[in-house]
Design a protein around this ligand. Structure first.
Ligand SMILES: CC(=O)N[C@H]1[C@@H](OP(=O)(O)OP(=O)(O)OC[C@H]2O[C@@H](n3ccc(=O)[nH]c3=O)[C@H](O)[C@@H]2O)O[C@H](CO)[C@@H](O)[C@@H]1O
Ligand SMILES: C=C(OP(=O)(O)O)C(=O)O
Length: 428
């Protein structure tokens, strides 16, 4: 397995352009199969999860090419409604094929999706939403077969504003007969991006970004050209990295309004942040201040996907901070690793009590999931000495060559390939 080796203690400085959003690109790639033709999608990041999604689309009969940040997807040859189990297990977002395939063919065979081990991550809200649209679901072991003679619009109220369930239901409802409303819908910017993409294909959807989304079924969709929004979580990660290294960094090509909650938290920690159009400047010359209490919650509140990264900053702050995680029950796995680097953090149920220390020290640590891995990279950049982050395939799921971006900002970080197995020496 590859590792990242980081010599810490260098303040990041310079400018960096932020990649397109993984969490917008994945459902949009899945949604594109609802229209036959050739789509051109721009600002698509080169990530493991995107590769897996393109692999799934190819396995269904589509042509897919990813050059630089552009994906050209030809969906005319789509001829299968069966998502292969081994691809399904590689990421949570494979579940996004459900709504679009049902919508186009009235049937789909999928499996329980894989993904980062950050919680139980059931799919009951996806399945109940689809059932409300007239889908029959048969579950045998991990196999899920869905069929619907005709999808029919319905009024659906989600028990929780699940991002994925909102998106899956939106996609399944686009070609349904009649009007669907989703109440208590998730309000994340990626949902607005999906709405904009579906509307660019000819759908009739309003309300994304609020808690009620209305989808008026249309008869057909057409292929289109579309640009994915910037990745607010990658932007947030680089903001924290700049702050934790006492650096000064300009993030270019971002949507600052998608980052309001993160900007607010970082300002409370004493980080200087200024915003000009699509640029965020982060300047952090002094030790951060503790932030009394941060609670992760659905957008527009503070995002769970930035919880572990911000915890690194608070580990170095002056005073005691509390971080409460309300979205995923197992998203504190980075704490043990940070503790090995000298952090002082105690976890009680879903709250972490972080007593800031003056410095972290380099160590060999393991990324247990995507954002935990990003947090450990930040900790390594800020720490004294050398940090080795193992299992970085998790980080590659969400960051497009993170070490190259950080190197451009002055960091000393390199990717180390696995050492090949040595043939045993036989004494003759
Ligand atoms: C590809 C993508 O966009 N991933 C994001 C998406 O994940 P994802 O769409 O999986 O997250 P959800 O909003 O669905 O999950 C939130 C909570 O609801 C629970 N739940 C969800 C669905 C369901 O059917 N039943 C159920 O109980 C989950 O276990 C979790 O506790 O939103 C999360 C919350 O902002 C982010 O951390 C992920 O980065
Ligand atoms: C949890 C995440 O992604 P996914 O839902 O794809 O596992 C994430 O992006 O932090």
């Amino acid at each position: 397995m590859e590792k990242l080796v980081i010599e810490g203690g260098i303040p990041l400085s310079g400018a960096v352009r932020i990649q397109g959003a993984k969490n917008a690109a994945l459902p949009i790639l899945a949604a594109s199969i609802m229209a036959s033709g050739t789509h051109t999608l721009r600002n698509v990041p080169k990530l493991l999860d995107i590769e897996v999604m393109l692999g799934i689309l190819r396995s269904l009969g589509c042509g897919a090419e990813h050059k630089e940040d552009t994906v050209v997807l030809d969906t005319t040859g789509l001829n299968s409604t069966h998502v292969p189990e081994e691809l399904m297990k590689q990421m949570r977002s494979s579940i996004f094929l459900m709504g679009p395939l049902l919508s186009r063919f009235g049937t789909v065979q999928v499996y329980q999706p894989g993904g980062c081990a950050i919680g139980e991550r059931k799919i009951d809200l996806h399945l109940r939403g689809l059932q409300a649209l007239g889908v029959t679901i048969e579950e045998t072991g991990s196999t899920i077969i869905c069929t619907a003679e005709d999808l029919k619009g319905a009024d659906i109220t989600l028990d929780f504003p699940s991002v994925g369930a909102t998106e899956n239901i939106m996609m399944a409802a686009v070609l349904a007969d009649g009007i669907t409303t989703i109440s208590n819908a998730a309000r994340e910017p990626e949902i607005q991006d999906l709405q904009n993409f579906l509307n660019a294909m000819g759908a009739d959807i309003i309300g994304a970004g609020t808690d009620t989304i209305t989808i008026r079924g249309v008869r057909s969709l057409h292929a289109c050209t579309y640009r994915i929004i910037p990745d607010r979580i990658v932007a947030g990660t680089f903001m924290v990295a700049a702050a934790a290294t006492k650096g000064s960094v300009a993030l270019e090509g971002v949507c600052p309004q998608h980052l309001n909650a993160a900007i607010h938290v970082l300002r409370r920690a004493g980080v200087q942040i200024t915003v000009h159009d699509d640029i965020i400047n982060v300047h952090a010359p002094i030790r951060p201040r503790a932030v009394e209490r941060i609670v992760t919650a659905p957008h527009p509140s503070f995002p769970t996907d930035l919880q572990s990264q911000v915890m690194v900053l608070l580990s170095l702050a002056d005073g005691i901070s509390i971080m409460k995680e309300t979205i995923f029950e197992s998203r504190f796995k980075h704490v043990d690793e940070l503790t090995r680097m000298g952090a002082d953090i105690r976890v009680d149920f879903n709250s972490a009590f972080i007593r800031g220390v003056p410095r972290l020290y380099g160590a060999t640590v393991e990324a247990t999931d995507l954002r935990a891995g990003a947090a450990l990279v930040i900790a390594g950049l800020a720490a004294h000495g050398t940090t080795v982050v193992e299992q970085i395939h998790h980080v590659d799921r969400g960051y497009d060559r993170i070490e190259e971006m950080l190197t451009r900002l002055g960091a000393r970080i390199r990717r180390q390939a696995p050492v090949p197995d040595q043939a045993p020496v036989t004494g003759e």
